[in-house]
Design a protein around this ligand. Structure first.
Ligand SMILES: [Zn+2]
Ligand SMILES: [Zn+2]
Length: 132
């Protein structure tokens, strides 16, 4: 199965081979400012992700350990790439079709904006989601 996606203007397109993944929403200050609201992502194994049109893609190194990929033409926030991680994080809103996935966690809620309420029933964590 192939899932296709891209930015609002078509200057960045990508495919994911195989299953998508549940959505995690991040409410940290960096995600809030970068997205304009809060950012959410699916964690996909990097080997199953391929850029098919990358001409307009630019990267912003948002911390020492990660970069954020967005379209330089339309501004769509698309990718979060952590150095040396086997995963790439992809905006769920960038996919072409309904994803069939749901939001299963909210992280960094301690930094959340004051203009929305989280009532979708997914667990909320003040910082990182506890592992294990
Ligand atoms: Zn674009
Ligand atoms: Zn964040």
């Amino acid at each position: 199965m192939i899932h296709r996606g891209g930015c609002a203007c078509g200057g960045v397109r990508f495919v994911v081979y195989g299953d998508l993944a549940p959505v995690g929403a991040c409410h940290c200050e960096s995600c809030r400012r970068w997205s304009g609201y809060y950012w959410a992502a699916m964690e996909i194994p990097r080997r199953r992700f391929k850029l098919t049109v990358a001409g307009a893609l630019v990267w912003w190194r948002s911390s020492a350990a990660a970069a954020r990929g967005f379209c330089s033409r339309c501004g769509s926030s698309l990718l979060f790439d952590e150095t040396n991680s086997p995963w790439i994080e992809i905006s769920p809103g960038a996919f072409d079709e309904p994803t069939g996935e749901t939001t299963t966690a909210h992280i960094f809620c301690a930094e959340a904006g004051d203009y929305y309420r989280l009532d979708d029933g997914a667990p909320r964590y003040p910082g990182f989601e506890p592992r294990g």
